[in-house]
Design a protein around this ligand. Sequence first.
Ligand code: PGA
Length: 247
Amino acid sequence: MKYFIGNWKMFGIPKSIEILNKINSFYSKDKNRNKYKVIFTPPYTLIESYSKYFKKKKINIGSQNCYQKDQFSSNTAAISSYMLRSVGAKYTLVGHSDNRSEGDTDSILKNKVYFALKNNLKVVFCVGENKTHKKNKKTFSVLKKQLTKVLERKFNKNNIIIAYEPIWSIGTGKIPSSQELTRTSSFIKKTLKNIFRSKSPPVLYGGSVDGNSVKLFKKINEIDGFLIGGASKSTKKFIDIIRNYYR
Ligand code: PGA
């Protein structure tokens, strides 16, 4: 199974559902539709209404983040996985670099993953090195730490997806070479196999994915799909990614 996940970040109001509605029409009729899943993570404000709308349709709705505690707490503005699940979210991103840079540590992320799984959300756990790590050839050690400090063998790996997003590639138009990405995704899968002592969960790539760059990535067998930021806000750009992937 392949995954195309659209991460809207701080984008969207109720009427933006039109964008998803058109993607859903394409998805429902696409001859390749059984080979992949389409998931969108709109902002918190839209999760309930969009989940209701797409309940019996093809697109799945998830959250961009979740709080590191179970159910209810006294943390102002916090939203737990329990609350997200109760309004229809099926997935949540955890550890996006935007949130790591705002203070999410490995131990916070471990709690986020734990409580998300406990509340029946599937977790899309994001990892990735920054420009300096890459320059200093620290990519593998950074990724290994991000994975091993958070994921545990006892977590249900069937409900976990990994998104590899090099920070230097997010929103910049810069992408890794296919050789680089093949090596890095193999390393991630090897690390995950060691953690779970069984087959690796799916590993997605994210960072400047569009209809063009996807042509390069589709040859890489280790990559099980994409986490798409900028291009997920446009019906045409998002559909182009899927079309070009299967062309
Ligand atoms: P981008 O963002 O596709 O705009 O580079 C990816 C992400 O941050 O998930």
